[in-house]
Design a protein. Structure first.
Length: 221
């Protein structure tokens, strides 16, 4: 919404509150806010009713998100040979999911956007990317787990970079039960965020159409 539309009498929506809360959580994950400051600002955010009440909450924080990598530079590969990357002049829009005392599940055929944020607060997220298409050569998945957790499954040909910060919690993986099979065309999944009394784990599995007879993948000794 444009600044001209943010008049004092205009009331904010839940989506506006969630957007500000996400900025605060990212700032805490980067060390810009301590946990007491985070709690106080989150409380003020969800108590806010109009736009002027939100302004001072993030006035000393960077609020611009990084620009996604241009997906037009990605190379699309047939699904039979691995995880495809979308080749398009239009970027896939960022997606945000909130699991507040609930759950989020994505599996099967879907498109992973260049930027995706999942916030699990007393909840969980189960993201299976083995049959998904990647919206860019590098996709950034921000997972913030607050007394919650997330489980991410990727195929052997996805390069995973884990950069999350654990605060009495942690990030783990990808597991090595299935060997990575990376190529120059492999998409990259960069996992960021913070885990407060929660956990985020990444598991590498074979695609269902690549499993040998019997359904069990070959494991590393």
């Amino acid at each position: 919404m444009d600044e001209a539309e943010r008049t004092p009498e205009l009331r904010i929506s839940d989506a506006d509150r969630h957007a500000v809360a996400e900025i605060l959580r990212e700032a805490a994950g980067e060390g810009r806010l301590d946990m007491d400051e985070l709690d106080a600002r989150l409380e003020a955010t969800y108590a806010a009713r109009t736009y002027p009440e939100l302004v001072p909450i993030t006035s000393d924080l960077p609020t611009s998100l990084p620009r996604p990598r241009d997906p037009s530079a990605a190379v699309e590969r047939p699904a039979a040979t691995g995880t495809p990357v979308v080749r398009s002049g239009e970027p896939v829009k960022p997606v945000r999911h909130f699991a507040v005392m609930s759950g989020v599940e994505r599996k099967g055929v879907w498109t992973v956007p260049a930027q995706m944020t999942v916030t699990a607060f007393w909840g969980g997220a189960d993201l299976d990317l083995r049959e998904a298409r990647f919206g860019a050569a590098e996709c950034v998945l921000t997972v913030n787990a607050i007394m919650g957790g997330a489980h991410v499954v990727v195929g052997p040909d996805v390069d995973v970079v884990v950069e999350g910060v654990g605060i009495m919690g942690g990030y783990s993986g990808p597991s090595d039960r299935v060997e990575a099979e990376l190529t120059p065309d492999s998409p990259t999944l960069r996992i960021k965020g913070f885990a407060l009394w929660g956990g985020v784990d990444v598991e590498r599995k074979r695609r269902r159409d690549e499993l040998p007879p019997g359904g069990k993948p070959r494991q590393i000794d």
